[in-house]
Design a protein around this ligand. Sequence first.
Ligand code: GAL
Length: 843
Amino acid sequence: MQPLPRLAALAAFCLAALPAAFSAAAADGPRERLSFNADWRFHKGEPAAGKADDGAFNDAAWRKLDLPHDWGIEGPFKQEYAGETGKLPWWGVGWYRKHFTLPADDAGRRIYLDIDGAMSNATVFVNGREVGGWPYGYASWRVDLTPHVKAGGENVVAIRLDNPPDSSRWYPGGGIYRNVWLVKTAPVHVAHNGTYVTTPQVASDSALVNVQVTVDNDGADTDVQVATEIYALDKAGRRTGAAVARQDATAAAKVAAGKQVQLTQALAVPNPRLWSTEAPQRYVAVTTVTSKGRAVDQYETPFGIRTIAFDAQRGFLLNGKRVPIQGVCQHHDLGALGTAINVRALERQLEILREMGVNAIRTSHNPPAPELLDLADRMGILIVDEAFDMWGEQKTPNDYHRAFPAWHEKDLRTMVRRDRNHPSVIAWSIGNEIVEQGKPEGWKVAAHLAEIVRGEDRTRPTTAAYNHVSSGYNGFQNAIDLFGYNYKPHEYGKFHASAPHIPMYGSETASTVSSRGEYFFPVSDEKSKGLANFHVSSYDLSAPPWATAPDVEFKGQDDNPFVAGEFVWTGFDYLGEPTPYNADTTNVLNFTDPVQRAKMEKDLADLKKIAIPSRSSYFGIVDLAGFKKDRFWLYQARWRPELPMAHLLPHWNWPERVGQVTPVHLYTSGDEAELFLNGQSLGRKKRGPRDYRLRWDDVKYQPGTLKAVTYRNGKPWAEDTVRTAGAPAKLALSADRDKLQADGADLAFVSVTIADKDGVPVPRTHNRIRFSLTGPGEIVVTDNGDPNSFESFQSKEKNAFNGKVLAIVRTRAGAGGKLVLTATADGMQAAKVVLESTAAQGR
Ligand code: GAL
């Protein structure tokens, strides 16, 4: 190359570094993506008079609210509502309307409404005209408003949602429960989710990054070019330093009016910092689209550079290194906050799970909010992104199976296109426990769906969560790239022997059930035992018929090291599906064996005869309020073996059991432990090769102090002590964070623990706790994690459940200051926590 004269070189550099200037014409101005969440009007049901889709309809009397919104979570809980879906009213029709003005300058621009999720069967009207919609409540979709809106005038968008009854197996929520955006672009622009960044070659000195860009031309015939710059991002998502790679504009492609073009650029990133679970380095590809020499669009695609592989012998490999999948399945609700997406609430869930050692989430059984994937990218959490809980065969009479024939392809493509740039996503799941497994040639549907996914992305395997043993042998196993068994630790070896070339993992495991802080005696290892008073004992031995204690799955994994890991059902408790106090018949489908099935059907019929108060699940390792159940530490001991830790159970407040056998279990990352009761040794025990807990099963209860001293390789490792508490005397408050952002979305999760006069937590107390708040914010909800609490989440007071309650405080937008949350209870001193809310740049 001829050396350029100095000035010309500088000019060339500037041109490349600062993308070509945007046109002075407003229509070609830079893309905008504006939050469209504020100032909606909402009405539950059809309006009594008039047509809500009509532009002139008067909605002034409707409730004013901001999105995201879940109309079910305010309740009330009702006994007669199904426990399966949380005993909350999420079904029916709901309308949302928003009036908005577009500046005159928007004339000639493309105007899109992007809906991250609306539950469900949405129809969108603009200025009285039906303009689009989407049935699947978990999809993210776009409506083109351009032909229907007035620039320089007032517009009204009306959205009708309709949740049929019997359409979900868990609490789905209702409403526009995810974020909504107004996107404005020039006529020539990057298409919806129109970039696809892959890293086909990754080495320590260089990575090849392919950026494929789909450009829509909604204007007249023109030419289109794209240019790319890549920057490293810091943890907060800000660019660091200069571009690490740059590709100037490609040769112009001619694009006719109304057509689309796909342009690809290849860039080399020198010395790439790889995305991993320990160091989740991200980059951003900045795409500049030019047309007729003018920049018309700029679009950012965050991505990561890493390699993934599922190996049939070695499991999951990230950047060539085996990473055992330590995963949990998660439903989408955020406990007392319902399904309305809140980034901090999600982040807190992930933080708690990561403390346990979680490195992976399966988004059961649907595409998640996009914010979950952003968080996972940032935090280094692996994701199995799941599309469906059913295909053409129903699980409940009005579920998505009705839309499946017409919509499955769109829904699958939409999911993959939205999510394929996230380094966290490691596999695409086409379905969970699909009923078609039981049909001859049902595998053909699996093969069809997997091919659709591969058409959008071949850099990740397709997978499915199979619960029929036979799916390992009857064609289903060959339809996907990565085989997932639900609840089949005893089948891993057999499957592997028959298909040694197919990588596999436990797509859903354990389903152990328990209520935080409840223990029932005598303790039995039979999984059907441990039930009383609509609670389940917390010895972590109880599970429904298809499920197991955690230890059984651990053994299955350890005996079969080719298994890539597991996704436990579930990380957090969720609203709905309160098995075993659930008259839901769906899980009968887990049984192909006629004898087992008949027994299950009879049990369920018996259950249906009694009034069941349960509203939320018992499956969580963490309860609905975010309080850890005992097995949190069982998983932590396994998943964070280098963390010195020990956890004793049960609590030690059993005045009615003096002298009676009260087994003591210990979860520890140590390999040996000695147990002391009031200073007396009850014996030192060593963990055997497949022991995941240490047990002293014949301890006779005496009040006092129970202490475990653990060892690893003969050296002291960690200790835990449990003391008998006296009467409730004090409230101990602790906030997850005390520095908040005054953005109207940030939350503090304040936990209250009831303690005796010496500060020892009181385990079996249910005192009523009342909250009040001063300062610029509000108490949004309270919860205690009790699956049988019917008290409104919005109530500012609540009974403690086994000594604990949670209050969630939200800041006020634009108003910083000191927030003081006070908790009071009869006969106890009030306690306070002080939070600082500051107006700062967005989260
Ligand atoms: C599975 C199912 C999950 C949940 C779980 C409870 O069979 O895939 O959605 O129902 O059982 O154990």
